[in-house]
Design a protein around this ligand. Structure first.
Ligand SMILES: O=C(O)C(=O)C[C@]1(C(=O)O)C=C[C@@H](O)C=C1
Length: 289
């Protein structure tokens, strides 16, 4: 598929969310369409309302975004065609009408991942203030902008503060300095995003289940990769939702799925009784800081 055909891109919005910034950095000239939730973004690309969707997959402090991983395994037949890594800085913001009153904040709104990234700050500084989970950081900022009379705050980025005309009253409130989020670009087709300057890293994401009641099955799976010198950059398990103790594994391998060693690995995994689902091979992009 030629890149000029990929012109409608869904993202977790509204405008100014971290996902928006990641999407805009990779697709500056395309039509970006905001959706309220991750499942809505995934559904939009699955039903071909859009060509691609960009959603968060993993954060350096909070780990995997379960909704994204679980939808990719259980609900959708999609491929990852690129990943974008973004630096994340969280700030506390209020309506400009409340800027001198912010020590009396009564409620704080943000995306659950953003609240969790600032857990220590919020706990020590605003321990009695209720925290409300919202669909995104920018949706929380928009809510604050629509309520000038309420002394409420949002946690989010500087773009949200600018877009919704809010006052940042405390900067960099995330608990750990190294805060990055990994976003993935999803497509119905197993294509590779072309024509953009990538970091030069190639990655393949695989989801697999182990054969039942086989001792050492995970060890066998890891040896399939190990003797071929295929470098795993991530392994994680998620519940299969069929019972306690039932899991699927997500593995990222730093290689192209079309390499002979990778093809051999997939064949061997299947012969061992694993189910293997590849989400495709893709490149890594960075958003400018
Ligand atoms: O709320 C946003 O701004 C998002 O784009 C979502 C999201 C996430 O799901 O992790 C993205 C990056 C940050 O880690 C916090 C929130």
């Amino acid at each position: 598929m030629k890149e000029k055909e990929l012109n409608k891109i869904a993202y977790l919005g509204p405008e100014a969310s971290f996902t928006y910034l990641a999407t805009k950095s990779l697709f500056p000239n395309e039509t970006l369409i905001p959706y309220t939730t991750i499942p809505e973004c995934i559904e939009a690309v699955s039903s071909e309302k859009v060509d691609l969707a960009v959603v968060p997959l993993e954060n350096a402090i909070e780990g995997t975004v379960p909704l994204t991983i679980d939808y990719l395994y259980h609900e959708a037949e999609l491929f990852i065609v690129a990943e974008v890594l973004s630096k994340i800085q969280q700030h506390l913001m209020v309506h400009k009408a409340q800027k001198d009153n912010w020590h009396n904040i009564e409620e704080i709104y943000s995306h659950p991942h953003a609240l969790a990234q600032c857990h220590k700050y919020l706990f020590y500084r605003f321990s009695k203030v209720p925290l409300h989970q919202f669909s995104s950081t920018s949706a929380a900022a928009k809510l604050v902008s629509e309520n000038p009379d309420r002394c409420i705050a949002a946690v989010g980025n500087t773009s949200s503060a600018e877009k919704y005309n809010l006052e940042i009253v405390e900067k960099n409130i995330h608990d750990f300095h190294f805060n990055h989020t990994r976003f993935v670009v999803l497509s119905k087709k197993n294509i590779r995003l072309q024509g953009k300057e990538s970091e030069g890293k190639t990655k393949t994401t695989v989801m697999l289940t182990l054969p039942e009641n086989v001792s050492g099955a995970l060890h066998q799976v890891l040896s399939v990769y190990a003797w071929r010198k295929l470098d795993l950059s991530k392994i994680e398990s998620r519940p299969l939702k069929t019972g306690l103790g039932d899991y699927f594994f997500i593995m990222d391998i730093l290689a192209d799925e079309n390499e002979p060693m990778m093809k051999g690995a997939f064949e061997e995994l299947k012969a061992l009784g694993c189910t293997v689902k590849s989400l495709g091979t893709y490149d890594t992009y960075l958003t400018p800081e």
